[in-house]
Design a protein around this ligand. Structure first.
Ligand code: ACM
Length: 541
């Protein structure tokens, strides 16, 4: 059972095995208690063994699990030794111990992922071996869009478990968009009362003639968010919230029409958007809007301890600003030469506002247009170019080019993908994704914090569809983000596939509705449902 994903840095096999028995104990040393609780919780469920706490690390029974900090290791680095005196996992920090515990779970076999034991005669064995391991990147993320289709809280918690099982440590939570506002803001209740529901929903690409003629919506209360953030923290995952400005804001404008360009259109006539595409209704660049969003971010900061706060900034159409006397006056007052600079001013305002509160702004790569403040970071989605420019200008970057790691995009060119949008990105394409562009010098490359895969949900109406798009590609992505793989052409994809054959068993035990490698696929294209035009860069959403 050493077919591990992601691949560890170094594995040395021994002979023999550690058997967990009803006498086995778990001992968590100082600083590793949280991991001990998590591990004993999941393993008691799966094995039915009592796994009592208190085994001393120097015990010679040889059937226990020890967890402890080891100061010589990096914070996320771990060493797992399975030998005659049991299993010992040491990490530089609790995070390292936790990733080691995830490896242990893989070593115990797929049934270790179940929530109750499935057989009485089962033995639980860990082969004797030594693993030394550490991540390549400190930002190993998944972005989930819960605005286009709402994912109820239980589904989000489940995704956090799936991230943890793949050693991913950033959950980028896309909470607001034209089609829905998903987080309770106490000061502005209409954001969720009005902004979290739409009357109907386009099925497929925006050119499709089909509609789902029923209301869609939902939101997380502030206590839901606290629960999600705490659950993530127990799994050493940081939740980075995204609140979009100044584009992707129609749901907010529908709830509070004064946020829009009221001298251009009748914003009181807007409702939460029911189709896809790039939306012309952007926030008005007024003091009122700035104060409103400061209030929103005030509550967001209280809920999310993350250093980075994502403000969107992508796909902001500027036609309304061109037509708005208010916006034009503002530009003149500020001495701005065009609407790009107005967007930069808007983003710059929140950059300063967040910095003054000890946080850092991150936004999609459009925020580079018109200048960007020093501490701000960029999610490079329109390819590598934004990330390269940002790194050269001294900004930190998360690489997530849509051509490579947009998991909403179809996984093959055949006719059986449910809604065949975007670029074809096969499992192998994702496995050969390289987050650090060759153009960067090693010095510039230090600004690449890491990478994330993005899951936009226009065409994913429920969890099972998200699973189908995300898996197994997220397993390949996790290896790219964690393991120090060779250059893309030299990566052992066949070896990955062999390990993946075992990994499917883990995903089965976890109940993941992944895209099966062969045979009938659970999603057939529905007649009349269109994807994006198939070839060339997708007209985005
Ligand atoms: C994006 O895909 N519009 C960030």
């Amino acid at each position: 059972m050493t077919e591990l994903i992601p691949m560890p840095r170094d594995v040395v096999a021994g002979s023999g095995e550690v058997r967990l028995t009803e006498y086995s104990q778990i001992h968590a040393g100082p600083g590793a208690e949280g991991v001990g609780q998590w591990l004993s919780g999941v393993l008691r469920q799966a094995t039915g063994l009592p796994l009592r706490e208190g085994w001393e690390l120097d015990d010679t029974d040889g059937d226990g699990i020890g967890l402890r900090l080891a100061p010589g290791l990096g914070a996320e680095e771990y060493r797992l030794v399975s030998g005659p005196s049991g299993v010992l996992i040491e990490g530089g920090g609790a995070a390292g111990v936790f990733w080691g515990a995830q490896t242990l779970r893989q070593l115990l076999g797929p049934d270790a992922y179940r929530r109750a034991p499935v057989g009485r005669d089962r033995t639980w064995a860990v082969p004797h071996l030594t693993i030394e391991d550490a991540p390549r990147f400190r930002w190993r993320g998944l972005m989930l869009d819960v605005a286009r289709h709402f994912m109820p809280k239980d589904g989000v918690l489940r995704y956090l478990d799936l991230l943890a099982a793949h050693k991913l440590n950033v959950f980028h939570f896309h909470l607001t968009d034209d089609q829905g506002w998903r987080v309770e803001i106490k000061k502005y209740p209409r954001l969720t009362e009005v902004g979290s529901w739409r009357a109907r929903t386009k099925i497929g690409h925006r050119a499709s003639p089909l509609w789902e003629e029923k209301p869609h919506g939902g939101h997380y209360t502030q206590d839901d968010i606290r629960e999600i953030v705490a659950y993530a923290a127990e799994r050493h995952i940081t939740v980075v919230p995204e609140i979009d400005v100044p584009g992707h804001s129609q749901a907010a404008i529908a709830a509070y029409p004064e946020l829009g360009n009221t001298d251009v259109i009748d914003t009181t006539a807007l409702s939460v958007w029911d189709t896809w595409g790039i939306n012309p209704n952007v926030l008005a660049p007024t003091d009122n809007t700035l104060r409103f969003y400061e209030d929103v971010f005030e509550e967001v900061l209280e809920l999310f301890p993350s250093e980075f706060i994502h403000v969107g900034g992508d796909e902001c159409l500027k036609d309304q600003w061109r037509q708005s006397a208010t916006a034009q006056t503002r530009m003149r007052e500020l001495g701005l030469k065009d609407e790009d600079e107005l967007q930069a001013w808007f983003i710059g305002h929140f950059d300063g506002w967040l910095s003054a509160r000890g946080r850092r702004l991150i936004g999609w790569d459009e925020i580079l247009e018109g200048g960007l403040a020093k501490g701000a970071a960029v999610s490079s989605w329109r390819g590598y170019a934004g990330g390269i420019a940002a790194a050269r200008a001294g900004h930190d970057v998360v690489m997530c080019p849509e051509q490579q790691v947009y998991l909403d995009h179809r996984q093959d060119a055949g006719a059986d993908e449910p809604v065949p949008i975007g670029y074809v990105r096969s499992l192998e394409d994702v496995y050969r994704f390289e987050p650090v562009p060759a153009e960067l010098t090693p010095y510039e490359a230090r600004h690449v914090l890491g990478t994330q895969a993005n899951v936009w949900t226009e065409v994913m109406e429920d969890q099972a569809r998200v699973d189908y798009q995300a898996f197994p590609r997220l397993a390949a992505f996790a290896e790219v983000a964690w393991s120090s793989l060779p250059v893309p052409a030299e990566r052992d994809f066949a070896g990955f596939e062999r390990r993946l054959a075992v990994h499917y068993g883990r995903l089965d035990a976890l109940g993941v509705a992944y895209r099966p490698p062969t045979g009938p696929r659970p999603w057939q294209r529905r007649p009349g449902v269109l994807g994006r035009p198939i070839d060339g860069p997708p007209p985005n959403r």
